[in-house]
Design a protein around this ligand. Sequence first.
Ligand SMILES: *[C@@H]1O[C@H](CO)[C@@H](O)[C@H](O)[C@H]1NC(C)=O
Ligand SMILES: *[C@@H]1O[C@H](CO)[C@@H](O)[C@H](O)[C@H]1NC(C)=O
Ligand SMILES: *[C@@H]1O[C@H](CO)[C@@H](O)[C@H](O)[C@H]1NC(C)=O
Ligand SMILES: *[C@@H]1O[C@H](CO)[C@@H](O)[C@H](O)[C@H]1NC(C)=O
Ligand SMILES: *[C@@H]1O[C@H](CO)[C@@H](O)[C@H](O)[C@H]1NC(C)=O
Ligand SMILES: *[C@@H]1O[C@H](CO)[C@@H](O)[C@H](O)[C@H]1NC(C)=O
Ligand SMILES: *[C@@H]1O[C@H](CO)[C@@H](O)[C@H](O)[C@H]1NC(C)=O
Ligand SMILES: *[C@@H]1O[C@H](CO)[C@@H](O)[C@H](O)[C@H]1NC(C)=O
Ligand SMILES: *[C@@H]1O[C@H](CO)[C@@H](O)[C@H](O)[C@H]1NC(C)=O
Length: 483
Amino acid sequence: MELQIESAIELLLAAILTSLVWTSGAAESPPLVLGFNFKASPNPDVSHFQPLLNDSSGTYSLGFLRVNQDELSLSILHAASSVPLWSAAPTRPPRWASPAHLLFNGSLVLSDPHTGAYWSTHTTGSRVWLSNTSNLVIDDASAVLWQSFDFPSDTLVENQNFTTAMALISSNGLYSMRLGPDYMGLFARFSDSDQIYLKHTALQAKADVIPGRPIYMVLESDGYLGMYQNGSLPPVDVQSFNTFQQNVSGIRRVRIEPDGNLKGYYWTGSGWVLDYQAISEPCELPSACGSYGLCKPGKDCSCLDNRTVHSSGGCVPPHIKKSGNDFCGGYDNNRFGVLRRTGVELPYKELMGYRRTASFEECEGSCEGNCTCWGVAYSNSSGFCYMLDYPIETLVAVRDEGKLGYFKVREGAGKKRVGAWVGMGVGLLVGAVLALAGVVGLWWYKLRNRGVKGYGDDEGGVGVGPYKDLGAASFRSIQLCER
Ligand SMILES: *[C@@H]1O[C@H](CO)[C@@H](O)[C@H](O)[C@H]1NC(C)=O
Ligand SMILES: *[C@@H]1O[C@H](CO)[C@@H](O)[C@H](O)[C@H]1NC(C)=O
Ligand SMILES: *[C@@H]1O[C@H](CO)[C@@H](O)[C@H](O)[C@H]1NC(C)=O
Ligand SMILES: *[C@@H]1O[C@H](CO)[C@@H](O)[C@H](O)[C@H]1NC(C)=O
Ligand SMILES: *[C@@H]1O[C@H](CO)[C@@H](O)[C@H](O)[C@H]1NC(C)=O
Ligand SMILES: *[C@@H]1O[C@H](CO)[C@@H](O)[C@H](O)[C@H]1NC(C)=O
Ligand SMILES: *[C@@H]1O[C@H](CO)[C@@H](O)[C@H](O)[C@H]1NC(C)=O
Ligand SMILES: *[C@@H]1O[C@H](CO)[C@@H](O)[C@H](O)[C@H]1NC(C)=O
Ligand SMILES: *[C@@H]1O[C@H](CO)[C@@H](O)[C@H](O)[C@H]1NC(C)=O
C-alpha cells in the first residue's frame, strides 16, 4: 500500500515536472531536458530534421531525421552543419509516415502501436539530456544509466572513449572500425564474414602495450587519435592529423565513410575541414570502383572485363551482385562464367591469407571447383595465390604482367530473379489472376512497342533494363508481403 502511494506521488511529481519543463520550453525552442512521459511524433511536414532536444550551448540537437525519403532515424546533429554525429540503431527503421513515436518512461523508446518497439534504451532513469559534447545521457539522481557515447554509430567525437567493445559502422553498413589487442582495424563486410583491409598496429613509442589488457582510443583535441591502455600513462600510439598540436578553435570528429575510409575533420565555424584520412591513395580503398572494377592510380576507374563500361554503379548490375554469397547448391545458383586479367592486384593483399602454388593454373584450379571461392589473384614472381571468398570488388591495375587474376562471374541470375518474382506474384495475387494478366499484357505490349528485348532473352547486357525493372517490382511485392 505504502509503495503504491509512493509511486503515485512520484508519478504526480514527474507529471508536474514534465509539464513545467514543457511550458518553460514552449513556443519555438524545445526543452533542454526530457522528463517522464515525454512523447513526440514525427511531423509529416518536416522534410529534413525535427529537433526534440538541444544541448545547453545550442551546438547539438537530438531529433527525428528523415533518411532515404521516408525512413525515420533518431539522430543527434551538429546543428550548424546538419551533420549527423549519432543515430539510434533500431532493429528495423520506422517509416516517417507510420504512427511512430518517441517516448520516455524511464527508457527512451522508439515504437509504434502496431509493430511495438523499434528501439529502447532499457533503462529506469528519470530524465534525458544532451551534453555540450553531443553525448545523449539518461540518468537519475545518483548515476548515469545510459549514454550514446557507449553506442557510437559511424562517428567519434573529441574525448569520446572508444573501447574494444565498440565498433564504428559506416552508414551503408559495409565498413567498420574496431580495436584488436594492439591495433586499430578497418573491416569490410562483403559476405557473411569480415575482411580486414587496414591494420594500424600501435607503435609503442612512449609506452608498451601490456598483453592481456584491452586498449582504448580517444580523439584528442590536440589533433590526433591516441591509443591508450591506462589513462595515467602516455599513449601507446599516436596517429597525428594535419593540424597536430595546432590551435583549432572548433570541434573535431572522425567518421568511417561509406567508401570505407576513416576521415578526421575539424569545424572552422562555417565548414568542416578534412585533416586526416586513414587511406590516402583512393585505389587502396576496399571497393574504389565498385564490384568487378579496376582502379588505376588517381582513381581512374574501369572494369575488369574490358568489354564493359564503368558507370557509377560499378561494372555489374546490382541485383546480380546481391543474388547469393557463393556458388554452392541451389537452383541456378552455381552457374558462372570466367574472367581472366593480367596486371591486376588486390588492394590489401598483405592482410590476406595466401597459399604458394607452382603456377597460375594450379592457383586457379583450387578455386574453380570450390563453390565458396569467387576468384584468385596470383603473383607469378612469388607464387602467392590469394583466394577470394566474397563477391569480387575492385582490383588495382599494376604494370607487372606477372600479376594475374581469375574471377567467377555469376550467370543466370536474371532468370532466377524472374522465377522468384513470378512465384511471389502468384502467391500474392491469388484471386486476381485476370488483373495480373491484364497488367502483364499491357507491360509486354509496351516493351514490344519500345523494341526492348523481353526477359526470355538470356544474354547479359541488353537485358539489363528489364531486369532492373523487375528487381524494383519484386522489391515492392516483398514490402507488401511484410505488411
Ligand atoms: C534547438 O535547435 C534547433 C535546430 O538547430 C533550433 O531551431 C532551435 O532554435 C534550438 N533551440 C534552442 C533553445 O537552442
Ligand atoms: C516503456 O514503454 C515501452 C513501450 O511502450 C514498454 O515496453 C516498457 O515496458 C515501458 N517501461 C516502463 C518502465 O513502463
Ligand atoms: C560544457 O559544459 C561544461 C560544464 O558542464 C563547461 O565547463 C564547458 O565550458 C562547456 N563547453 C562548451 C563548449 O560550452
Ligand atoms: C575509457 O575507457 C577505458 C577502458 O574502459 C577506461 O580505463 C578509461 O578510464 C576511460 N576513460 C574515460 C575518460 O572515460
Ligand atoms: C595504471 O597505471 C598505474 C601506474 O602504473 C597503476 O597504478 C594503475 O593500477 C593502472 N590502472 C589500470 C586500470 O591498469
Ligand atoms: C591557442 O588559443 C588560445 C585561445 O584562443 C590561446 O590562448 C593560446 O595561446 C593559443 N595557443 C597557441 C599555441 O597558439
Ligand atoms: C581485352 O582483354 C583481352 C584479354 O585480356 C585482350 O585480348 C583484348 O585485346 C582486350 N581488348 C581491349 C579493347 O582492350
Ligand atoms: C574453398 O575455399 C574456401 C575459401 O573461399 C576455403 O576456406 C576452403 O578451404 C576451400 N575448400 C577446399 C576444399 O579447398
Ligand atoms: C611466369 O613465370 C614463368 C617462369 O618464372 C615465365 O616463364 C612466365 O612467362 C611468366 N608468366 C607471366 C605471365 O609473366
